[in-house]
Ligand binder design. Structure first.
Ligand SMILES: *[C@@H]1O[C@H](CO)[C@@H](O)[C@H](O)[C@H]1NC(C)=O
Ligand SMILES: *[C@@H]1O[C@H](CO)[C@@H](O)[C@H](O)[C@H]1NC(C)=O
Ligand SMILES: *[C@@H]1O[C@H](CO)[C@@H](O)[C@H](O)[C@H]1NC(C)=O
Length: 791
């Protein structure tokens, strides 16, 4: 037993087959021989060594031994050592019958790269069978008239072994009449003939017996013996004679039962019963008798069992014809079976990565498929095709092997799985085909960033919202799988009027709902912008962002604020109305602002109480107090007006003020201002004391201011009182007041003088200040500095 490494010079042909798949075909097979009947596990040779591969790499390259024809596996390869071992005891005779050469073909398949080596194991014969005659007794009937030299066929002894181990010679027991002659058949089998050396005489000896022994040349030699019984016949008897010594017939496999294959015929020249011939199989194994039957009378051979080309390609039968006297002769019937396309191709998956990532490059190998057909000739020629419209193709590689590769880019979000149907069709008529569906799943790669449903989001929220209330929600979709498509939301850190955006808004990371963290005040800011980031959970993660604009809408949460006249308090204001004021002349003006905007800041003025209802009117939206008619002498000198200022909100808010008017041309002639201002003075004494004290200090202060004013405001001339210009100190404006155009509250072009009384009748003065306040955008309002002193 020797591993023949003679074909080690397997020139490896490198085929750069379609893109990335590199295939290697080995020329020439690795040959081994092994005797039949070896026990399981017997080592025939080392395949890894013989192809020059490190045995450690065998399992890495998924080495495996495939049978050439899908038949029984007698040998296998040890994946760790590369040893070729017997996996099933081989009986050469069962496997190869009388064929001289008994070779089993295998394919050694390696992957990465795909590589194929032919492995041929020759099974050597062992002399385990003795020559055997089909019958222990060979009966011969010979006429006494037979002449010297006539030969009688004895047939062959059979030895299942081949070559030297088959029948090599015959030895005849010494006897008085016959010698032995041997010859060789066309198929190489040795046969023997009995040759008559001395004439027979029926009267002397009617019957004689002697032995014939067949020997093979094996070691040890084996032999088989048969008894030859010769019956001497009367000269008048005749032997049946076949019309031809050998019948050769072609029979299609799978022929139906009862198909008549041939009718053998032998004639006998004897008359009557002696000439009636019957036919029988001689020396027919049971296996064959199950397939063919022979009609005793007609000599018809019929099919009675399955005829399978793939099992046996030809049969050789011996038919014996016997007449009534028992005289017999033999003929050979050779039946050649013709292949019919009765085997569909068989598709086998050799290896398969049925889950491939969607970013696999076109040309990536998914699997290796083997296709074979047991028929022969054209019936064995197979071609393969794939289902249409799949991004895969079959690349023929070696012999019956195909690699399944991708032809295009894959996109799991588009098609997540493919059913790839491989169809193999042979070239028989009619062709047979078989198909197999391979399920290929495309696995996810994080290749899609989350995408927001909208280009940008905007939301409106009323001021004074509850902290924690939801403002709006954003949604981003990511078609990737599981964590690669799980979206988390967050706010991009930024600042809104100097504070981190997180102190205004928060976002639910899972749902994308944005909440207000605090209550918003329209009067502080009217909108804010925030960037929301949607990030998936892949690694690395992908993200995208979107702008969310939040607009805060106004609520009527500020009541009008009256700037002039100042609300009742410590100070007290009185407007002087000249006695000669005519109807329609402007007497005073109520100035009010509202920190809200729009309708909520649209103010209207109304007199709700007055000393003389017919005398003054207030402009509904201007707040200007005008005389309704000419002032007459009879009008009361002191006129009080209670004016309400109301905004236009859904639930209007209002404020009221009292305007005190003094009809007089000269403050000096005002009788008792105190009555106008403080109606609830406690006692005259305290009043006088206070007045005296305040007068002195006021006079001093006034003097000081006068000196300063003369120095700094020289260009300004004192102006008349009641000229409609009222200076309003900045302190009266609410801190966040912003002017709203058209709101009807305050026009930047107005100049007002404030007439401010401190409670003293002698020291009233006009208090003036600059309006250069940055909360008031009007830049030309009352920057003027002027001063007037009133006694
Ligand atoms: C593939 O075939 C299986 C079973 O026949 C079926 O359940 C599945 O939906 C098919 N898939 C595709 C992508 O056609
Ligand atoms: C997500 O994508 C990555 C590659 O980007 C991949 O390795 C991983 O298997 C994917 N996860 C799932 C659940 O498909
Ligand atoms: C937001 O997205 C735009 C494009 O969509 C990108 O250019 C920008 O860098 C992103 N900003 C952040 C902070 O991720």
């Amino acid at each position: 037993i020797s591993g023949l490494g003679d074909s080690m010079a397997h020139g490896k042909l490198l085929l750069a087959a379609c893109l990335s798949v590199v295939l290697r075909i080995s020329h020439g097979d690795i040959q081994y021989s092994v005797a039949e009947e070896m026990k399981r596990g017997f080592v025939v040779g080392n395949v890894a060594k013989d192809i020059g591969l490190d045995p450690n790499r065998l399992s890495l390259r998924k080495a495996r031994l495939n049978t050439d024809d899908g038949g029984k596996r007698y040998f296998d390869i040890n994946p760790s050592t590369g040893a070729l071992t017997v996996s099933e005891t081989v009986d050469r005779e069962e496997l190869c019958g009388s064929r001289m050469s008994c070779a089993l073909k295998y394919e050694l398949l390696l992957e990465k790269p795909l590589e194929l080596h032919g492995v041929v194991v020759h099974v050597e014969d062992v002399n385990d069978n003795a020559p055997q005659f089909s019958n222990g007794e060979i009966a011969l009937e010979i006429h006494e008239s037979a002449t010297k030299g006539t030969a009688f066929l004895l047939g062959e002894a059979h030895d299942a072994d081949v070559g030297k181990n088959s029948v090599q010679r015959y030895v005849l027991q010494r006897n008085g009449h016959f010698s032995l002659r041997t010859g060789t058949n066309s198929d190489g089998a040795k046969y023997s003939e009995l040759v008559l050396e001395k004439e027979l005489d029926r009267e002397q000896q009617r019957e004689m017996t002697f032995t014939l022994t067949a020997f093979d040349d094996g070691a040890p030699q084996k032999s088989g013996t048969a008894v030859i019984r010769v019956t001497v016949l009367d000269a008048n008897d005749n032997v049946p004679v076949f019309t031809q010594p050998t019948y050769r017939i072609d029979l299609a496999e799978n022929s139906p039962v009862n198909t008549v294959i041939v009718a053998v015929s032998a004639t006998d020249s004897d008359e009557g019963q002696n000439g009636e011939v019957v036919y029988e199989f001689s020396r027919v194994p049971d296996k064959i008798a199950e397939i063919f039957s022979l009609d005793r009378r007609s000599g018809e051979i019929k099919v009675v069992g399955p005829v399978d080309y793939e099992k046996q390609k030809s049969y050789e039968l011996t038919v014996q014809a016997k007449d009534g006297l028992g005289l017999a002769s033999n003929a050979k019937v050779i039946i050649d079976i013709i292949d019919v396309n009765d085997n569909a191709p068989v598709i086998e998956i050799q290896s398969l990565n049925d889950i491939i990532p969607e970013n696999s490059a076109p040309g990536s190998e998914i699997g290796i498929i083997k296709v074979q057909d047991k028929d022969s000739g054209k019936n064995r020629q197979v071609h393969c095709s794939l289902s249409l419209n799949v991004p895969f193709k079959l690349n023929p590689s070696l012999k019956n092997y195909y690699s399944l590769i991708t032809t295009d880019k894959l996109d799991r979000e588009f098609v997540a799985a493919y059913n790839v149907t491989v169809t193999a069709t042979d070239e028989g008529t009619p062709p047979l085909s078989s198909s197999m569906t391979i399920h290929v799943s495309v696995s996810d790669v994080n290749d899609n960033p989350p995408v927001f449903e909208e280009q940008s989001y905007s939301a409106y929220v009323s001021e004074n919202n509850k902290p924690g209330s939801s403002v709006c929600s954003v949604t981003a979709r990511d078609p990737d799988w599981r964590q690669n498509g799980t979206v988390f939301y967050s706010l991009l850190p930024s600042e809104v009027s100097g504070a981190p955006v997180s102190s205004f808004l928060s976002i639910n990371g899972d749902t994308g709902v944005i909440h207000a963290v605090r209550s918003f005040d329209y009067e502080k800011f009217r909108s804010l912008k925030v960037q929301v980031v949607a990030r998936d959970n892949g690694s690395p993660p992908l993200s995208s962002n979107v702008t969310v604009s939040i607009f805060i809408s106004d609520e009527n949460d500020n009541s009008p604020q009256i700037l002039y006249p100042a609300p009742a308090g410590n100070t007290f204001m009185t407007e002087m109305v000249p006695k000669a004021a005519l109807s329609g002349s402007l007497v005073s003006k109520v100035i009010a602002v509202d920190a809200d905007s729009g309708q909520n800041a649209w103010l209207s003025y109304q007199i709700i109480k007055s000393t003389d209802p017919g005398l003054f009117t207030v402009g509904l939206h201007s707040g200007e107090i005008r005389a309704l008619r000419d002032i007459s002498e009879s009008d009361s000198m002191k006129q009080n007006l209670v004016i309400s200022v109301k905004d236009n909100g859904q639930t209007p808010l209002s404020a009221t003020c009292t305007v005190s008017l003094l009809i007089s041309d000269n403050l000096a002639e005002v009788p008792d201002l105190k009555d106008v201002s403080y109606e609830e003075n406690n006692s005259k004494l305290t009043s006088y004391l206070i007045i005296a004290l305040v007068s002195v200090s006021t006079f001093f202060l006034t003097f000081l201011i006068l000196v300063l004013a003369v120095r700094f405001c020289r260009r300004r001339k004192p102006r008349l009182l009641f000229d409609g210009a009222v200076a309003i100190p900045s302190a009266y404006f609410p801190p966040n007041y912003a002017e709203v155009e058209g709101a009807g509250t305050l026009r930047s072009s107005y100049n007002y003088d404030t007439y401010l009384t401190t409670g003293s009748r002698t020291s009233d003065f006009k208090f003036v200040t600059s309006y250069n306040d940055n909360t008031l955008p009007a830049d030309d309002t009352m920057k003027n500095c002027f001063f007037s002193l009133v006694y």
